[in-house]
Design a protein around this ligand. Structure first.
Ligand SMILES: *Cc1c(COP(=O)(O)O)cnc(C)c1O
Length: 458
């Protein structure tokens, strides 16, 4: 008999999960103004809000933290991380930041001015926030197929090179400080980008003399999909693939809290010494001195090992298999989600699940609240609350997709938890006809409103 699959690790420490009753959850979500971000974590049974900084570190990572160097300047831990970044990404210059958006803050402070244009494939919300905060414009050049949740494409997060070239042609070079390529494409459902598309984007950037910035939060998952789905890469290691990806990039920002498997940290990497000197100024002002930025020595040690470990096939395989298990169960129950299953999450198609709810009543948010009430499971809305209002007209923006993201943090939950999640989704799906009204906003901030928005039931 062939032995079944098992995870390439065993578990050394556990954390108790708290359960609750439906009555308790009804009270808690009302007190949280129907914003899942405002719940206390101990009011949640299975937390799928994000994988950001919530993943389980290895014994090697914990061990390295004990021998970290906390020197203010020139710490050994900084040089260890620097060596790993050079080896894995081939980036000669880097600045440590406290998380991904901090790297965005530093690089966009260096590069962006009012009225600039930044094309990309579905800019992540903090990226878009940093661009719009500086009165610049993020232009989405994602392939149209990404908005069709039922279409199966191996690389559904790609940049549409024709759309990108049209933007590069239309505006003068001085107005486009960089092109942002996000791998994997989080907003479009954790969907990957092929090496062919990365290369094609880089070639266009070269031709128009514009630097390519890779938003790298889930670079390792993207490399996994290139290895398993793109012709010519099956025999390459994840590390070889990552090295090739970054040979096409001029700048990289990374939220290390995702594929770096650390609780806190970010990276701003670049090839240009001149850019590094300019960006260092902002790093010192916003983050900290160049050799620690926003990170402690302990953070940098854990990240150096996390990057090395999570660019091994077996680690990525275990995580992505678990996401696929959830997708397979949802298929069995006929529940629509962004297909195929992504690298870090399943994105439920809320418009298809609740077709009778008008978009003005926040469809994906409503689905998220129902799933919480059902089983204490916390997902996150990727829909019109996240999309904010248009900065010029102040009208609500209604994106094509209303998704509820269920993020599976690496090495946190077991397959049994996945089965509970799928069953809870099924229960909500079965009573979908009875969900006929949603929510309205009673308080919001102008940018990144989803974190603090308050709602009431209609
Ligand atoms: C998480 C994320 C960011 C922002 O990183 P933080 O660490 O949350 O500040 C940027 N881009 C992408 C694609 C992300 O997933």
């Amino acid at each position: 008999m062939q032995l079944p699959y098992c995870e390439p690790y065993k578990i050394k420490m556990t954390e108790a999960i708290r359960t609750s009753t439906r009555e308790e959850r009804e009270r808690w979500i009302r007190e949280a103004h129907y914003n899942l971000f405002k719940l206390r974590a101990d009011q949640v049974m299975i937390d799928l809000l994000t994988d950001s900084g919530t993943e389980s570190m290895s014994d090697r990572q914990w061990g390295a933290m004990m021998t970290a160097d906390e020197s203010y300047a020139g710490a050994a831990s900084y040089y260890r991380l620097k060596a790993v970044i050079e080896k894995i990404f081939g980036m000669p210059y880097f600045l440590p930041t406290h998380q991904g958006r901090a790297a965005e803050n530093v690089i966009f402070s260096t590069l962006l001015k009012e009225g600039d244009i930044v094309p990309g494939n579905s800019h992540f919300d903090t990226t878009k926030g940093h661009i719009e905060f500086r009165r610049a414009v993020a232009i989405d050049c994602t392939i149209d197929a990404a908005a069709d949740t039922q279409r199966e494409l191996p690389f559904k997060g790609e940049m549409d090179l024709e759309k990108l070239e049209a933007v590069l042609k239309k505006y003068p070079k001085e107005k486009i400080p960089c092109v942002v390529l996000t791998i994997t494409n989080n907003t479009a459902g954790g969907q990957p980008v092929s090496m062919r598309n990365i290369k094609g984007t880089a070639e266009l950037c070269r031709r128009y003399g514009i630097p390519l910035l890779i938003d790298s939060a889930r670079f390792a998952q993207n490399a996994y999909f290139i290895k398993t789905r793109e012709e010519g890469y099956a025999d390459k290691t994840i590390k070889e693939i990552v090295r090739e990806i970054y040979s096409y990039a001029d700048i990289m920002t990374m939220s290390a809290k995702k594929d770096g498997i650390v609780n806190m940290g970010g990276i701003l990497g670049m090839r240009s010494e001149e850019l590094f000197r300019k960006a260092s100024q902002f790093n010192i002002m916003f983050e900290g001195y160049v050799t620690y930025g926003g990170m402690t020595g302990r953070d940098m040690e854990a990240l150096a090992i996390g990057l090395d470990e999570n660019t091994e096939f077996e680690q990525l395989d275990a995580r992505i298999r678990q996401v696929k298990l959830l997708g397979d169960l949802l298929d069995e129950y006929g529940i629509p989600y962004q297909r195929p299953a992504g690298g870090h999450a399943i994105f439920l198609d809320a418009k298809k699940i609740l077709p009778n709810l008008p978009k003005e009543q926040f469809i994906a948010q409503t689905l998220g609240i129902e799933l919480y009430l059902e089983a204490g499971i916390r997902g996150v809305e990727i829909g019109s609350i996240l999309a904010d209002r248009d900065p010029v007209t102040h009208e609500n923006r209604y994106p094509k997709l209303e998704l509820l993201r269920l993020t599976i943090p690496s090495r946190i939950y077991t397959d049994n938890h996945i089965r509970v999640i799928a069953a809870a989704c099924r229960n909500v799906f079965e009573r979908r006809e009875s969900i006929t009204s949603g929510y309205r906003i009673t308080f919001e901030h102008p940018i990144l409103r989803h974190f603090t928005v308050e709602l009431e039931k209609i």
